[in-house]
Design a protein around this ligand. Structure first.
Ligand SMILES: NC(=O)c1ccc[n+]([C@@H]2O[C@H](COP(=O)([O-])OP(=O)(O)OC[C@H]3O[C@@H](n4cnc5c(N)ncnc54)[C@H](OP(=O)(O)O)[C@@H]3O)[C@@H](O)[C@H]2O)c1
Length: 290
């Protein structure tokens, strides 16, 4: 059976390689990009550069991942069409150098790096559940970072503190890793082993994002796809772990680390409640800056 993946940030440095690698493995791949032109450019790049043509489809979905309305609409459509979903790769991220607020009233990194991961996982859950089995679980792969840290749960949107994009970015990556643990605990399908959720540290490579952080790393764009793709396809994965590139090289075996951020039970619960509160506000009023 052909497998299906959704890859967010598919126009980005790592995203295009994640999408390409899955397509080369004969998966159907849906690229999520902000604009149609980026989607088309990436589909063309994958088709022209792939080592081997995939047997699956390469399709795309335009979506602003800073928008609850957009994410809900695209996820609801995908689920209503009765599509299978073997892997959701939450890869998109942003780190604007000055504090930016989305049209729905959220600080941009909080919206794209935290809430979008939460919303896509929640809203696409029915498709993952209808696809995964114990023998072959569906996957959620949260592309996070080893650079994570410093999350202040009392001021996640930098309303009280002065904003700096490095601090907001590191905090958002910590939140992704905590949220991974919360989904694994709260969703019965994770307990049953029919859906697996994990986070990973992909690589440290030049990209728009790492340039905005002022830290373009030495790795290649292509290497950034290795670990996320491994999390999507590997048979021996376990729930709620944080996978790192193998230290000393990008061999196929990944180093698994117990995630220190998933030990903070109280913090994880506070984060989860905040995600629910913001979602409730947006559902009711269309804005979350109230
Ligand atoms: N590069 C590194 O060294 C590094 C290290 C550790 C972890 N990571 C993680 O790896 C992932 C990929 O990063 P990258 O380095 O490949 O960055 P990138 O090249 O800047 O790609 C990020 C992608 O996310 C998309 N995106 C941002 N905001 C969006 C929005 N509102 N709606 C739709 N798409 C949006 C961007 O699209 P636009 O171009 O339209 O903004 C872009 O395609 C991220 O989760 C990052 O945290 C990267």
């Amino acid at each position: 059976m052909t497998k299906t993946a959704i890859v967010t940030g598919a126009h980005g440095a790592f995203g295009k390689w994640i999408a390409r690698n899955l397509w080369e493995l004969d998966w159907d791949v849906f690229l999520v990009c902000r604009q149609k032109a980026q989607c088309v450019e990436t589909v063309n790049w994958i088709k022209e550069s792939a080592k081997k043509s995939g047997a699956g489809e390469l399709d795309y979905i335009e979506c602003d991942l800073g928008s609850y309305k957009d994410i809900k609409a695209m996820s609801t459509k995908f689920v209503a069409e009765g599509r299978k979903l073997h892997a959701l790769v939450n890869n998109a991220a942003t780190t604007p150098r000055t504090r930016t607020v989305t049209s729905e009233g959220l600080e941009a990194q909080f919206a794209v790096n935290i809430m979008a991961y939460y919303w896509l996982t929640k809203f696409l859950w029915p498709a993952l559940v209808s696809t995964g089995t114990e023998a072959d679980p569906a996957r959620v792969v949260n592309v996070a970072s080893g650079y994570a840290g410093g999350l202040d749960l009392t001021d996640m949107q930098f309303k009280r503190r002065a904003y700096d994009n490095n601090s907001a970015y590191r905090a958002s990556k910590q939140a992704e890793r905590m949220m991974t643990g919360s989904f694994a605990e709260k969703m019965s399908e994770c307990q049953k082993g029919t859906v697996w959720i994990s986070s990973c540290y992909p690589a440290w490579a030049p990209s728009k994002l790492s340039a905005d952080l002022g830290t373009p790393g030495p790795d290649s764009e292509a290497s950034g796809a290795d670990t996320p793709v491994w999390c999507a396809v590997e048979g021996s994965l376990t729930n709620a772990n944080n996978f790192h590139k193998t230290l000393g090289g990008y061999a196929s075996k990944k180093a698994m680390r117990a995630d220190e951020y998933q030990q903070d039970r109280k913090g994880m619960e506070t984060l989860w409640k905040e995600c629910e509160r913001v979602t409730g506000l947006l559902e009711k009023t269309g804005r979350a800056d109230l």
